[in-house]
Design a protein around this ligand. Sequence first.
Ligand code: AMP
Length: 215
Amino acid sequence: MLRTVLLGPPGAGKGTQAVRIVEKYNVPHISTGDIFRENIKNGTELGKKAQEYMNKGELVPDDLVIEIATTRLLADDCKNGFLLDGFPRTVYQAEKLDAFLEEHGMKLDKVIDIEVEKEELITRLTGRRVCKACGASFHVVNIPPKTEGICDNCGGELFQRADDTVETVENRIAVYIEQTMPLVDYYKNAGNIVEIDGALPLDTVFGQIVEAIGE
Ligand code: AMP
């Protein structure tokens, strides 16, 4: 049983660590960003609503995100735990999540906060390339794929996210500092947060996450 939230700015490596965590602990990876991108791809009403905020690097309105996330948490595959990635992102979302979990007799085991300084985030995000098929992340300089534009894992096509441009990235980081950072104190008060330096190598970060969660 593992109920965890991954917290941290865009580009801290949450997605990359999430892939490893779900493999090790066998829980579903719930990324509200992925849910929105899937809806945009499929041209749904939800996708249309979310897209205007996402392209500007702004947050999708709380009530919409809370509805999406809590509906997903009620699915059968979350009975033995889950990994939330990119949700909650505001204190209001965190309060609603706590209320929802309490109502269903659950609580969070751990909140893992991965922090990285701003300049490094900008470099990481603007160079990021993501696989269309499996979602794996690469970087044009730091983690180049073996063949340019092609995913090492599955052979899928790599693309640049619409919100990974310089202007949007700056805004996403500003939004993180203003709206999401207060969650660190929120979870410190709850006493279940672990802070990890996301500038360390990927394997070291993962090792510290496993240490925090337990084998
Ligand atoms: P991510 O893939 O987590 O970086 O999310 C991409 C974008 O989706 C964000 O910049 C927001 O516009 C939107 N989004 C994802 N999760 C949330 C959330 N919990 N609250 C508000 N907006 C979100």
